[in-house]
Design a protein around this ligand. Structure first.
Ligand SMILES: CC(C)(COP(=O)(O)OP(=O)(O)OC[C@H]1O[C@@H](n2cnc3c(N)ncnc32)[C@H](O)[C@@H]1OP(=O)(O)O)[C@@H](O)C(=O)NCCC(=O)NCCS
Length: 209
């Protein structure tokens, strides 16, 4: 299975590393290289992999499926939609050190980084990210294109809406909802549900003025 990583920035490199770790644990795959929208990167090597061109070069790049290495939720959602429409397939990148209960549902193109934990009944929708050492407890749901950043912890039955972002080291008490396309600041403690398209921060988390 030939995989191209779309995006060679920091998150793209994390995704490529997860794929390397999956491969060394015996998954049949060949990581062809990166495509990145910065044309200056073409011809360079990152993590030993070639940057083969920009996203426009995808058609000319041999591949069976794609991994999206794009951290920004809105950009990742847009590219996922475009490529889905073009009937592209997405690899689900799960680091071998991630711990998932057997019934956890993981959607196409989702990324679970090193040390991520998802407990029973959790659902991780397509193109969502559960980043390094982040945990979602029982019956949590990460909506499509959501991102739970490194070291964030969600208690049971927390819902993270489509495209929402939970910052590094944040936490949420059981049962709260974080609205679609909302942002939870680094280190915040979410004790009440957050409306859609709202940025909150602090302990307890409050909307930023
Ligand atoms: C919350 C956040 C999105 C706000 O970003 P912003 O809109 O650019 O806000 P600013 O940096 O202009 O800060 C606005 C105010 O909020 C405060 N603030 C910003 N982030 C805060 C946080 N995480 N907790 C508490 N207060 C915060 C600032 O101190 C500032 O206060 P002031 O007006 O009294 O000076 C951002 O600071 C943040 O926490 N992002 C998370 C980043 C992250 O986790 N990345 C992980 C990548 S994997």
């Amino acid at each position: 299975m030939k995989i191209v990583v779309m995006g060679a920035s920091g998150h793209g490199q994390v995704v490529a590393d997860i794929l390397f770790q999956m491969w060394t644990k015996g998954r049949e795959m060949e990581i062809i290289g990166f495509l990145d929208d910065d044309p200056k990167l073409k011809g360079t090597r990152i993590l030993g992999l070639p940057v083969l061109g920009t996203f426009a070069d995808l058609a000319a790049t041999p591949h069976d499926c794609l991994a999206l290495g794009i951290g920004d939720n809105a950009a990742r959602a847009r590219i996922f939609a475009e490529l889905s429409q073009a009937r592209k397939r997405f690899v689900t990148a799960i680091h071998p050190s991630a711990v998932l209960a057997p019934d956890v549902m993981v959607g196409a193109g989702a990324v679970l980084a090193a040390g991520a934990v998802a407990n029973p009944g959790a659902k991780i929708c397509e193109n969502a990210i559960l980043n390094t050492c982040a945990s979602i407890d029982h019956h949590c749901e990460l909506g499509p294109h959501a991102h739970v950043a490194p070291g964030a912890h969600l208690a049971g039955h927390v819902r993270v809406g489509e495209g929402a972002f939970v910052g590094v080291g944040a936490c949420a008490v059981p049962g709260v909802s974080i609205g679609a396309w909302s942002v939870v600041g680094a280190g915040a403690a979410v004790t009440q549900s957050v409306a859609d398209k709202t940025t909150v921060a602090g302990v307890p988390a409050k909307p930023l003025a």
